[in-house]
Design a protein around this ligand. Structure first.
Ligand SMILES: Cc1cc2nc3c(=O)[nH]c(=O)nc-3n(C[C@H](O)[C@H](O)[C@H](O)COP(=O)(O)OP(=O)(O)OC[C@H]3O[C@@H](n4cnc5c(N)ncnc54)[C@H](O)[C@@H]3O)c2cc1C
Length: 398
């Protein structure tokens, strides 16, 4: 069989979800029948939950994607995708090159959303990649000698982690959080009490107010108050990659792909969507929150469902329950909020050193799994029935 006659599987995105899905597919299918291409914009696995550490100048061990897929029967293509056309079954890269597919696993993730407030995109730092983190680290180093003012917008998990990390690393800086409601307000009473004490100890000042506009050196709040800064981090929530909605697959109001419980697009049966790019309902109804703690769990069912579609087996549904929310509060302390299955907080928490060690173990376990992907799975032969999808060669011929 030539490369073009093989069934072409493209996995777009090599974050927590895409990398896990690609590794699994490569171990489940035979390379003489299926060609798998993993596409990513960066040659490194970007460990986004550690970008706030990189932004304070800590060195984070890089993981080259080439090493993580070494020995697996897949082609790694490092290039930025300009568009996905789910009707025409193809990706177009920034340089105009076209990559057709028979089956697509869309794992393009999310970015920090900065387009809801005027000026936010132009005048703030978003920790979306290593470049942004390295730039922030340089600027923070300069500001530290002059007791600069750092503002972090957003009182969610990401904002809390950034503000704590900066205050812990650079105590001379004036660090302020600005958020629409109390930072961490969704946590249990015990966790909130701990959080207030931890932020006070780090000297992180909090302002509650809605940001109406961002100017080059100040936030303007809805009540007219100005909060001046030398450096501003924006952490006002995540938005899915714009590639998802523009591809033509059915999306929800937030632009995440609508999928069934096997992560298959509800509009395009040859597209599976995983990670932050997909809106899959938990057993209690609501879509799972974006996060590596949720997204990584969508990869295996999606890969198994692709395998089932190609080999005639039964697709696998996502089974998910929340366990915990892990928050670093600088390098010496953290907070782990234990959760009920539906994500609501229990009163049990872990704090201090135990919590930061716990969070590091969680992140390091993911690194370990990526280095040693699912060795126990068995390969399956591609049957042309019952769900055989026409290969690109067959489709072009028809
Ligand atoms: C500072 C910070 C702290 C965080 N902390 C936590 C935490 O504690 N717990 C938690 O659960 N979550 C946390 N998150 C969120 C978590 O990192 C994301 O939810 C998770 O990375 C999503 O995984 P993903 O695989 O869906 O997408 P991503 O990790 O975003 O990966 C997307 C992939 O798609 C590729 N891609 C995107 N666009 C293109 C394109 N145009 N062309 C080619 N390739 C493209 C990228 O190169 C990448 O490989 C944090 C995020 C940040 C920024």
């Amino acid at each position: 069989m030539t490369t073009h006659e093989k069934h072409q599987i493209v996995v777009l995105g090599a974050g927590y979800a895409g990398l896990a899905a690609a590794q699994r597919l490569a171990r489940r299918l035979y390379q003489d029948e299926v060609a798998i291409t993993l596409v990513a914009a960066s040659p490194e696995f970007v460990e986004r939950p550690r970008l706030h550490q990189a932004a304070t100048g800590q060195s984070i061990r890089a993981m080259a994607l080439a090493d993580l897929v070494a020995g697996l029967a897949l082609t790694l293509r490092i290039a930025r995708v300009r568009s996905v056309d789910a009707d025409a079954h193809r990706l177009v890269f920034d340089d105009g090159a076209v990559l057709p597919y028979d089956t697509l696993v869309l794992a393009a993730g999310s970015r920090i959303a900065a387009d809801t407030v005027p000026g936010a995109a132009a005048h703030t730092v978003r920790l979306d990649d290593r470049g942004a983190a390295a730039g922030a680290a340089r600027r923070l180093g300069e500001l530290a000698s002059s007791s600069g003012r750092v503002v972090v917008c957003g009182g969610g998990l990401t904002g809390l982690e950034i503000a704590s990390e900066v205050a812990d690393r650079w105590p001379a800086l004036d660090v302020r959080m600005v958020s629409g409601s109390e930072p961490g307000g969704w946590l249990s009473a015990a966790a909130r009490t701990h959080l207030v004490a931890a932020l006070d100890a780090l000297g992180v000042v909090r302002t509650v107010g809605r940001v109406a506009q961002v100017e080059p050196d100040a936030l303007v709040l809805a009540d007219g108050e100005r909060v001046e800064f030398d450096l501003c981090f924006w952490a006002g929530g995540f938005a899915p990659s714009p590639l998802v909605a523009a591809s033509g697959v059915a999306v929800d109001a937030a632009g995440r792909a609508r999928v069934d419980t096997t992560m298959r697009s509800t509009s395009h049966p040859d597209v599976w969507v995983v990670g932050d790019a997909a809106a899959v309902a938990g057993p209690w109804g609501d879509s799972l929150a974006m996060g590596c703690r949720t997204g990584a769990f969508t990869a295996a069912p999606a890969a198994e469902s692709v395998v089932a579609a190609l080999t005639g087996g039964r697709p696998r549904s996502v089974r998910f329950r929340y366990w915990h929310e892990c928050l670093s509060l600088g390098r010496r302390s953290g907070l782990v909020q234990l959760l009920r299955a539906d994500g609501t907080p229990k009163e049990q928490i872990l704090t201090g050193r135990t919590a930061i060690v716990y969070k590091n173990v969680v992140l390091d376990s993911a690194r370990l799994l990526f280095r040693h992907p699912s060795p126990w799975v068995a390969r399956r032969r591609h049957l042309r029935a019952p769900e055989a999808v026409a290969s690109s060669a067959e489709r072009i011929a028809s």
